[in-house]
Design a protein around this ligand. Structure first.
Ligand SMILES: Cc1cc2nc3c(=O)[nH]c(=O)nc-3n(C[C@H](O)[C@H](O)[C@H](O)COP(=O)(O)OP(=O)(O)OC[C@H]3O[C@@H](n4cnc5c(N)ncnc54)[C@H](O)[C@@H]3O)c2cc1C
Length: 401
């Protein structure tokens, strides 16, 4: 019961921060969110939310389709980059108990903001916040000349978290040697599968958005040249085309339709061993920034928010609640973080022999034992760690898990 009537300051109004605000406000906490941007907004791109993330949204009373229709892909298709040769198909949304939605980020953010507002969460915009002293009974947040004290501070300040660097003895996020372009193009196919075109040191992902009226494009390339980590960083379609010049067939046709594109560097930080200190906790990308190759960064932030609020509510001691949050979340989130990095290596295989072996194995498995691939990530989506055991050894061998 360390939530009811207590004051919570949350630094960062991204998906993680807003979810935490809702989870805590639902249990009776008084919440103030500090966001440095002038408005609570997300980039004009898609986001995939799997069953584990959707379960949290439901628990938070957030309707993911409040502001716009989602897409429900029937499958993920893996294809080779050259001519789009089919490699494997993995069904999705075949079990209604475990849905998988693709949402426009702006729609998801609107749904979170509306719910937070209904619960009385106070949001301070244009407020770049910092913690004055994390190791006191009531830590303080400073914005400009003003300060405010709280019972607990949650830092959901993203991959470049200043809180992580100031108070958790952790360094700055580093460029991972990979950049990503994002774009949307008009489309008219609600049933289009999610498609991953796998190339040498790069891959392209496409999926439908807003009921198929848009197609979301994410293109990832390994490269030495650093790109800024700025979601507003625009690039020219020509640069994107040049980077993916060897991609043929459908992939080439899709890329040729891109008119506006943004590019930014993927930055990362190894898994942290410390998620909380005194009355301050880290959440979301601030504590477990991950490659987007499992589409789990936001889902993990949603899970963090749910567990954090519940663990705090289970005890009268804030510090004990935060400790339980950290120990409950650390292993699972770090594991997904590592898995996402390895998934990228599988997509990007450059050695022709390894590519042939890996792609042939995927084709055979998806034809002969389709459920094997479908169930490979049950331990993430169904949020039940025990289900992974039967698949661990073989998938570990094939995909380096
Ligand atoms: C290309 C790409 C595709 C992805 N696709 C998926 C997907 O399909 N599914 C999925 O689950 N995840 C996906 N992710 C990951 C997901 O986007 C992130 O994990 C998630 O958005 C992290 O949310 P967050 O709230 O922790 O951090 P952020 O979204 O980074 O929010 C942090 C917020 O804190 C604010 N802030 C920072 N410092 C301060 C300060 N000092 N004071 C006040 N405010 C501050 C920032 O302005 C920002 O609004 C993808 C990521 C990328 C790069």
């Amino acid at each position: 019961m360390s939530v009811t009537g207590k004051d919570f300051g949350i630094i960062g109004g991204g998906i993680g921060g807003m979810a935490a605000a809702i989870a805590i406000a639902q249990l009776g906490g008084r919440v103030t969110v500090y966001e440095q941007a002038a408005k609570l907004a997300e980039v004009g791109a898609g986001i995939q939310i799997s069953a584990n993330g959707l379960a949290v949204l439901k628990e938070l009373g957030v309707d993911p389709e409040f502001a716009g229709p989602a897409s429900r892909p029937q499958a993920v298709e893996l294809r080779d980059y050259k001519a789009g040769r089919f490699v494997a198909r993995i069904r999705q949304n075949h079990n209604p108990d475990y849905p998988y939605l693709q949402l426009h980020r702006a729609d998801l953010m609107t749904a979170l903001v509306v719910r937070a507002d209904a619960l009385g969460v106070m949001v301070k915009l244009g407020a770049r916040a910092e913690i004055l002293d994390a190791f006191v009974e009531r830590p303080e947040i400073r914005v400009g000349d003003t300060t405010q004290t709280f019972d607990t501070i949650i830092a959901a300040d993203g991959v470049n978290s200043k809180t992580r660097q100031d108070w958790f003895e952790a360094g700055a996020a580093r460029f991972t040697g990979q950049v990503t372009w994002r774009a949307t193009i008009p489309a008219d196919d609600p049933d289009a599968p999610t498609t991953v075109y796998m190339g040498k040191g790069k891959h392209l992902v496409t999926y439908p958005l807003r009921g198929g009226k848009m197609m979301n494009i994410v293109a990832v390339q390994e490269r030495k040249e650093i790109a800024a980590q700025d979601w507003e960083n625009t690039d020219t379609p020509e640069n994107l085309h040049a980077a993916f010049a060897e991609f043929g067939g459908e992939a080439k046709e899709i890329l040729s339709q891109v008119k506006d594109v943004r590019v930014w560097g993927l930055y990362g930080h190894p898994p942290l061993q410390t998620w909380w200190r005194a009355n301050v906790a880290l959440l979301g990308d601030a504590v477990h920034p991950m490659f987007p190759f499992m589409a789990q960064g936001a889902c993990m932030a949603l899970e963090d928010a749910s567990v954090l609020a519940r663990k705090l509510d289970e005890t009268d001691s804030i510090r004990l609640g935060l400790a339980r949050y950290g120990t409950t979340r650390m292993r699972r989130a770090s594991k997904v973080q590592r898995l996402a990095a390895r998934n990228g290596k599988m997509f990007h295989l450059s050695n022709p022999l390894l590519r042939f072996i890996a792609q042939s194995a995927l084709t055979v498995i998806s034809t002969v034992m389709p459920r094997f691939l479908e169930r490979r990530f049950d331990w993430i989506y169904k949020n039940n760690i025990s289900q992974e055991v039967g698949f661990y050894v073989i998938t570990g061998f094939l995909f380096g898990r």
